[in-house]
Design a protein around this ligand. Sequence first.
Ligand code: 3PG
Length: 306
Amino acid sequence: MKVLVATEKPFAKIAVDGIRKEIEAAGYELALLEKYTDKAQLLDAVKDANAIIIRSDIIDAEVLDAAKELKIVVRAGAGYDNVDLAAATAHNVCVMNTPGQNSNAVAELALGMMVYAVRNFYNGTSGTELMGKKLGIHAYGNVGRNVARVAKGFGMEVYAYDAFCPKEVIEKDGVKALDSAEELYKTCQVVSLHIPATAETKNSINYALLKDMPKGAMLVNTARKEVINEAELIKLMEERADFKYITDIMPAANAEFAEKFAGRYFSTPKKMGAQTAEANINAGIAAAKQIVGFLKDGCEKFRVNK
Ligand code: 3PG
């Protein structure tokens, strides 16, 4: 059996060593396609792979067509919007993610970006503090929970809204659960986004939602760029000079944001949330173990294309 790690944005070496150990202990062969620059390289590498570990790498119908021996794809991470699930099902390929394995890393980055922004990007001027500010967590999954934990350490007042998580579960963590996204954005000066990119959420963070955020508002995005209605966010930031947008996922209109909103806009050059050795080890080794469990015992825990 051949397991391919196909990562345009590679794991830390220590994580790859751990993946290799798991795969070779099971008697399988490990192949690496790291830092690839062209889809053709991926199409070639998947030809004889029985299993693939990916990150945000795109697995579409063309890749699945090329991967004639493929049985399973594991997205080492949470969001699987980069995999065409219907095509995978049609090709009889199991798709899994590794929920929770990189969530602390993403949460730490979200809080780090908040500090960076309220301290005026460390430009030498006087900034403000997070303590006492109201933080709204939009979607209370694995990352949202970790953001709440760290934000409470900063002395923030933490609120959350999640359409699918019961209010009692949120409130057990000492977080105030609100009834709607509208209420969350009206209440909180800082909002941290943790919704997945789905047909329902795409473009859903729009002018109508953001316009009522309190003075000195800051939107922090460590989720996906697709959930933002970029044209409406630009319109809002043109109208509100107090509004900051801080993102770990570069918008399509990055140049326009950077030019128009200098001093209140920041994007990382490449999604960095899960880019820690710890997150790479956790998610990468979990992915390897899930592949071995699936190939040896048919275990389908964490399958997402049921
Ligand atoms: C995830 O969905 O797990 C995160 O967005 C991390 O993605 P990455 O593995 O591409 O950094």
